[in-house]
Write a protein that binds this ligand. Structure first.
Ligand SMILES: Cc1ncc(COP(=O)(O)O)c(C=O)c1O
Length: 392
């Protein structure tokens, strides 16, 4: 202790970037609170409630159940239900004991990263990419390798990129893959997922395959689960997006055999178990395929509306998304700095979009991300605002 008394300070590891989209959301909320209109293409979440069978199951459970702690990996019947989903969706045989429920996929990433990687391990991901991968890996002391991915590879990594590192004598320990991806919505064709998963399996690169947007696809590319090709990596998934349950914080992992005990111990110690009430809801949600597919039909219509509307006002450097509910548009013809542009757009018109810097610290200033999971009126309003702002 110094004479001035004890000194406190934050850990070095916690010195990570904030999630910038939250700042845009706060600015949009402040505008809404002051009575001005907001057309929000920001938060990556459906505007709809959880599926009806999920809500019904929760009503029953609240009346009849204690809803105490569950086993760390989750309710056995929910693990079995998710294993069955792999059979229905992909024709895959998955052992229910490989399924671990998590508190949103966000805590699944924590379990996957902690169980697979040590401080100093090199983990690759696409740039642009979902910022929480980058920031969580940094907090865990991993060395981040960003693959610069542009429209020529549809913003996705390739086996050639992995091979290039090996040829340069640089060993990678992990790869985070997202198909469909955030912020671009681009997907890897099944043959590419297969090639990457097998390459990683053969070369000791632990694959973390983020499949949380599976189910939300637009027929341009078929979705493929990485476990169809190789099971040395993790599959990460969630009830947040397809099942329209972001706030319920419930997701899952498929855990490779050699890491099950580790994930078990980490999950029990870090969170005890995911919320019991959300597990009950998730069990109901598994019965709601028709309701969830109807949302996807709506997203598909919104996607067309936004693509056409943007093209009409000259924002046409957009790779049409194969899945998820995002458009990543290159607006460098309109501004050198998309963060300033987005702030001015919000102030002038109430249209809220996310600046690309969240997803790409190098080239993100050229891009904005727009989410089209909201309702049609919001998208029409946003297009009108954009048209006025761009033509001003
Ligand atoms: C690519 C991707 N992965 C993971 C997440 C985290 O989702 P959750 O923790 O709600 O499952 C998100 C949220 O937007 C995302 O876009």
């Amino acid at each position: 202790m110094s004479e001035a008394g004890p000194s406190f300070g934050p850990s070095t590891r916690s010195n990570i970037d904030p999630f910038r989209v939250m700042q845009v959301l706060a600015a949009a909320e402040a505008r809404r609170a002051s009575g001005d209109a907001v057309f929000a293409l920001t938060a990556g979440q459906p505007a709809t409630r959880a599926p009806k069978p999920a809500i019904d199951a929760v009503h029953r459970a609240l009346d009849e159940q204690v809803l105490g702690y569950t086993q760390a990996p989750g309710l056995p019947e929910l693990r079995a239900g998710i294993a069955a989903l792999y059979c229905d969706r992909y024709g895959l045989d998955v052992d229910p004991d490989a399924v671990y429920l998590t508190t949103g996929s966000s805590s699944g990433f924590i379990l996957a990263f902690l169980s697979a990687f040590d401080t100093g391990d090199r983990v690759a991901m696409a740039r642009p990419g979902y910022p929480a991968y980058r920031n969580a890996l940094t907090a865990f002391g991993c060395e981040l390798v960003e693959f610069a991915c542009g429209p020529e590879t549809r913003f996705q990594p390739t086996v050639a990129m992995l091979q290039q590192y090996a040829d340069d004598g640089i060993d990678l320990d992990g790869l985070v893959l997202a198909s469909p991806a955030n912020p671009t919505g681009s997907m890897l064709p099944p043959a590419e997922v297969d090639a990457i998963a097998r390459y990683c399996g053969r070369n000791g690169i632990r694959l973390i395959s983020d499949e949380i947007y599976h189910g939300i696809t637009y027929g341009t590319v078929q979705q493929a689960c990485s476990w169809a090709s190789d099971r040395t990596g993790f599959v990460v998934n969630s009830f947040s997006k397809y099942h329209s349950m972001t706030g319920w914080r419930i997701g899952w992992l498929l855990v490779p055999d050699d890491l099950r005990d580790r994930v078990d111990a980490l999950a029990g110690n870090l969170t005890i178990c995911p919320p019991a009430v959300s597990q009950v809801a998730a069990l109901g949600a598994l019965q709601a395929t028709a309701e969830c597919d109807a949302h996807v039909v709506r997203y598909a219509a919104n996607r067309e509306l936004l693509l056409d509307g943007l093209t009409a006002i000259g924002i046409d450097k957009v790779a049409p998304p194969d899945g998820a509910f995002y458009l990543y548009a290159d607006i460098s013809a309109l501004t050198p700095d998309s963060s300033i542009w987005a702030a001015e757009l919000l102030a002038a018109t109430g249209v809220a979009v996310v600046p690309g810097l969240d997803f790409d610290l190098t080239d993100g200033h050229r891009f904005i991300r727009m989410c089209f999971a909201g309702d049609e009126a919001e998208i029409r309003g946003a297009l009108a605002g954009l048209r006025a702002f761009v033509s001003d």
